[in-house]
Write a protein that binds this ligand. Structure first.
Ligand SMILES: [Fe+2]
Length: 233
């Protein structure tokens, strides 16, 4: 039996962080109420109605032509607090196109949609906890949180274990991005080393010659070295 060790203060984002304005409305105003768990919590389906398709982890091959932008490979492992692989986890991602535009009705950023880029993908970790995606490097986008506010380029990740209640949500950033220092979403995490866990690592070994740059992003689901998560179901 494994023992779940508690996280370390300052390594996870607080629910309320006023410089990140949306948290003012999102954060609970009343004390939390703990709901009793039941067996149904463990039986809610995770994978939806459709099996994972051949191009679900390759966002450059989901439309008739290739999308615009810088092709990248993003790969890593999903690990538990002791460095053991989390096998069979559903890893989903969503992101903007190269111009910083989401394919979403509420995104009115004046950048062009790419007819060959949807911005969503999914895959399952293998027996070593590994996942891999091919995609396009997302662009920065303005978000009106404060004056001249721009989100650094990032990719949203969701990780499911074997039931719906295990969902974790986070964001991956790119090394050397000057917007990181100005981003309240990332700066809400007090601990500098924990913030760095959200910044992917350029990996020449993962980089494919004359094809795509490689970035490595490991995800630790719990414990003192856990990846910062913005949402825990
Ligand atoms: Fe985003």
């Amino acid at each position: 039996m494994s023992i779940i060790r508690p996280g370390v203060a300052g390594t996870q984002p607080p629910l309320l962080y006023p410089p990140y304005k949306s948290t003012i409305l999102r954060a609970p105003a009343q004390p939390l109420v703990r709901l009793p768990e039941s067996m149904s919590d463990l039986n809610i389906p995770v994978y939806g109605y459709f099996p994972i398709g051949e191009t679900d982890n390759d966002l450059t091959r989901q439309y008739p032509e290739e999308p615009q932008g810088e092709r990248i490979v993003v790969a890593g492992r999903v690990l538990d607090e002791d460095g053991r692989p989390v096998r069979g986890a559903l890893v989903e991602l969503w992101q903007t196109n190269a111009g910083g535009r989401y394919r979403h009705a509420k995104d009115d950023h004046p950048a062009r949609l790419d007819p060959n880029f949807g911005g969503a993908g999914r895959t399952i970790t293998d027996t070593e906890g590994r996942y891999q995606f091919t995609t396009i490097k997302p662009g920065a986008y303005p978000w009106r949180n404060h004056d001249n506010a721009w989100r650094p380029a990032h990719i949203h990740f969701s990780i499911f274990g074997w039931c719906f209640r295990t969902r974790l949500v986070t964001q991956m950033y790119f090394p050397g991005d000057p917007l990181i220092a100005h981003d309240p979403v990332l700066q809400a995490i007090h601990d500098e080393r924990a913030r760095q866990r959200l910044v992917s690592r350029f990996d020449l070994a993962l980089t494919q010659p004359e094809w795509a740059l490689g970035y490595r992003f490991d995800i630790v689901v719990r414990g003192s070295a856990a990846t910062p998560f913005e949402e825990r179901v």
